[in-house]
Design a protein. Structure first.
Length: 154
């Protein structure tokens, strides 16, 4: 049975678009057989997308020490329609942060805690000046989430 992985990620710059590209590469690795991967930007994703998925990866930039406005808008729109229907949904987060990323991470955690989603590992914080290693870390995140779904671990 095919599982569905939804990626909702903000990508306002070339570097953040590259993060999404490698995240998708990891999630769509040829070793993964039974996972359908969908990416939507936050302003296009909706509650139906969340209700149809088996796991979700959220991606955001750190904006003024908070998550992006686009991701906040997405979470506000899906909160009540998904509140009781997605409890236990496996999820993870990555934050591209110019500072330490803690404010963006914490703001997302407050909302998903209310949704009662199940965190799969700690959030990936990509902080400070851009480093090529961010791409490897993000690809691995996509691969691990999709492989976990494929193996029935999550």
């Amino acid at each position: 049975m095919t599982k569905r992985l939804l990626i909702v990620a903000n990508q306002p710059s070339g570097n953040t678009r590259e993060l999404v590209r490698v995240l998708l590469d990891g999630a769509r690795d040829e070793a993964i057989d039974e996972v359908e991967v969908t990416h939507k930007v936050p302003l296009e994703a909706n509650a139906d997308d969340v209700l149809a998925c088996d796991a979700i990866i959220l991606g955001t930039t750190e904006n003024f020490g908070y998550m992006s406005g686009a991701l906040k808008d997405f979470l506000e729109r899906i909160y009540y329609p998904c509140l009781e229907q997605t409890e236990g949904l496996p999820w993870t987060l990555y934050v591209r942060a110019g500072n330490d990323g803690s404010g963006a991470r914490d703001s997302v955690l407050r909302i998903v805690t209310g949704l009662r989603w199940k965190a799969i590992g700690p959030p990936l914080i990509l902080s400070g000046d851009w480093r090529a290693g961010f791409l490897d870390d993000t690809r691995e995140l996509g691969l691990l989430m999709a492989a976990s779904l494929d193996a029935g671990i999550v």
